[in-house]
Design a protein around this ligand. Sequence first.
Ligand code: FES
Ligand code: FES
Length: 159
Amino acid sequence: MRVTITINGEPVSGDVEPRQLLVHFIRDTAGLTGTHWGCDTSNCGACVVLMDGKPVKSCTTLAAMCEGHEIRTVESLEVDGQLDPVQMGFHELHALHCGFCTPGMLMTTRALLDANPDPTEHEIRTAISGAICRCTGYKNIVAAVRWAAEHEATTRQEA
Ligand code: FES
Ligand code: FES
């Protein structure tokens, strides 16, 4: 079947089997390999993208279900060479080591800050509870999200 999915604002069309997963459509059809494919069982969170602004695990979302929806991947965060505050926070606070979990963490936390610009540590830990990091440790990740929240608040005040 033929589907057209809007990914990072651009329509991407492809022939898919009804069972094809969104993560494979993103990586293989759209050629956007920033979204990682880890466990394939909805456990690790490496594959998280935003669908209409809400985080979804693209390893358990069928591509055919996404027609008519807006998908946003990690590649959309940086705009014209300017990193998104969550990317800046992860860089500033050393919130990644191998980086495998990072695309999913970034998209999960982007959605969190869009919905809740001033999250507590508990709210951050709850938001990322569906994402597993095996090597950084969550302390720096939580600190990075707080850094991003504070940076965005400052930017809003200056605007
Ligand atoms: S690859 Fe999707 S949750 Fe692990
Ligand atoms: S940075 Fe290695 S799994 Fe998170």
